[in-house]
Design a protein around this ligand. Sequence first.
Ligand code: CTP
Ligand code: MG
Length: 268
Amino acid sequence: MQSAGESHQGHPEGAGGGTPAGDSGHRTAAVIPAAGRGIRLGPGAPKALRALSGTPMLVHAVRAMARSRAVSLVVVVAPPDGADEVRRLLDEHTGPAETSTDIVVVPGGETRQDSVRLGLAALPDDVDSVLVHDAARPLVPVETVDAVAAAVREGAPAVVPALPVSDTVKEVQVRGNGEAEPVTGTPERSRLRAVQTPQGFELKVLAAAHAQVVREGDGATDDAGMVERLGVEVVVVPGHDEAFKVTRPLDLVLAEAVLARRRATDGF
Ligand code: CTP
Ligand code: MG
């Protein structure tokens, strides 16, 4: 059931060079970690199940992946006790854009890293590359998904979309409790990037990174960070403003505004 607001404007099918699944013998899957509680968003249902413009955030994220012709399988990592509910929601909302994409649901874990690992474990052996995409970034344009998928298919082992940062960033001695925190440094802003998802990987590389974390403990705040620790090169491609993460209540206001603008631009 694809509502009018969901048909994202202005992208030619397969823009960005994503090869249709199967054509090149290269298979790309997406893993969507959606098992978080959404503490920073405030009380309510798990974040991924909250509605944006009447449709669960997770459904928007699944559609964003399924729209990319490069992606033939989507693994959704649901809240540990919510896999059945997520399956039901997805069946209810699956429309023409998703029918050519297999959607699998698995229960998630305590941390994002655990959830991604559980998602990777559900991938079949014939998958060559994987896009890991936060359910909390429901509005990523298909062009960004295609660009990341294409860069991996063209041989990059790890690719992250990112944007230049607009705020100056300070490093501090962390004190907390609202106490004044001494500044220890100011990295040069022009060299900083704020990273988004989907992050794309050769599956073997990401699986090795996760295996290393299981052996040695201590992860990273994103998947690319774990791959960097393996000593594998990670490259950045342009991200997109609309790939922002819904984290705090104000982000919901922005997401609704983006959807309203898409509806207006699409003529609905
Ligand atoms: N995530 C997950 N499993 C967890 C924690 C997070 O799959 N145990 C997912 C979230 O569902 C989200 C993505 O990782 O799609 C990014 O995490 P974040 O934005 O931090 O979401 P939450 O952890 O849900 O939010 P908060 O940190 O505010 O509780
Ligand atoms: Mg979190």
